[in-house]
Design a protein around this ligand. Structure first.
Ligand code: PAZ
Length: 316
């Protein structure tokens, strides 16, 4: 495997060797329609703002005709919940999510909603179970209002290749919104991958003995996003660690190194209860009010305020 060190070369090599994105034209068309529509809609302070929320984890395929892949734990809860709060705050949302992970407005539904929420009546029509009626109604109406109103565009990904190719399409399309665009990068993105050209084509055979595989480093696209793809957008990235000792230091480094406007630091076991918002002006601990509420509610409120100040400063 050729080792590429310089960031520009790593980025070029990643995209040049990635498998062609299926449906790229369709995704681009959906994006331009959504962004143009929203660019002409008024928001509470100037034009309507659009946020790209990324959610869930990327997979790293080990074979081109993929049977096995490396995955991670992310459930998409953060992204799905945050999307609801951004919509509530008057933003339009491009929800870039891992197929099969949590969806906005579906948090109160059981794991298998189709089978658990509905029942067949004696005349074979379908009825909602009384116990799930409220959750089903609120999921359908929240989702329907957002999608049919043109405020929510959902784009799925599975692999690291799809994720970064779609993120690039979104970022370059959002460039026209300048500072009114926000990136809220909550997806758990693989740090390592198998380059497509060095990947086995067929299922790796166990008879060949222990597997020895070298993974390349995924280029740090946050830098590219800030410098090239959407240089005036407001960018929020996430930092997850399991060791609290290093969490804030790593978040600080990410803020400076990738020139983020904010970094949300969270620890694996407490991520639904508390996060720390790291910005140039300091660190703020953000907690949920009680066990029934969401930490995303105060977090998005704070970020919306920070985004507003950013837009005002840029326009001044
Ligand atoms: O998806 P989820 O709700 O289970 O978890 C959210 C999270 C921990 C993936 C997110 O808050 C986060 O920190 N994302 C970035 C992870 C990273 O450092 O790569």
């Amino acid at each position: 495997m050729e080792v590429v060190n310089n960031l520009d070369d790593m980025v070029k090599s990643f995209f040049d060797s990635a498998p062609v994105l299926k449906d790229a034209d369709n995704i681009s068309n959906k994006l331009s329609k959504f962004i143009n529509q929203n660019a002409s809609l008024p928001g509470s302070e100037g034009p309507r703002r659009v946020v790209c929320v990324t959610s869930g984890g990327t997979t790293v395929p080990l074979e081109q005709r993929c049977v096995r892949y490396i995955d991670n734990f992310s459930s998409g809860h953060r992204g799905g919940t945050s999307t609801e709060y951004f919509l509530k705050a008057g933003y339009s949302v491009i929800f870039l999510y891992r197929r099969g992970t949590c969806q906005p407005y579906c948090r109160s539904l059981p794991d298998d909603p189709l089978l658990e929420c509905f029942k067949l009546t004696n005349d074979s029509s379908i009825q909602v179970h009384e116990s799930h009626a409220e959750a089903v109604k609120s999921a359908i109406s929240g989702h329907h209002d957002a999608v049919s109103g043109g405020y929510l565009l959902k784009l799925p990904f599975t692999t690291i290749f799809e994720y970064l190719q779609i993120l690039r399409l979104i970022a370059t399309s959002l460039k026209i919104l300048g500072p009114n665009a926000m990136f809220y990068l909550a997806a758990a993105v693989s740090d390592f991958y198998v380059p497509w050209e060095s990947m086995a084509v067929h299922k790796i055979q166990s008879a060949s003995g222990p597997l020895d595989m070298r993974l390349a480093q995924v280029p740090k696209m946050l830098s590219v996003l800030r410098k090239e793809w959407a240089p005036t957008a407001f960018c929020v990235s996430f930092k997850l660690e399991t060791d609290t000792e290093i969490l804030l230091e790593k978040a600080d480094t990410a803020l400076k190194k990738y020139k983020m406007h904010a970094v949300v630091a969270n620890e694996l076991s407490t991520r639904k209860e508390v996060v720390i918002l790291v910005t140039e002006s300091g660190k703020v601990s953000v907690s949920r009010e009680n066990s029934q509420s969401d930490v995303e509610s105060p977090l998005i409120k704070l970020l919306v305020e920070k985004h507003s100040s950013y837009v005002t400063d840029i326009n001044a």
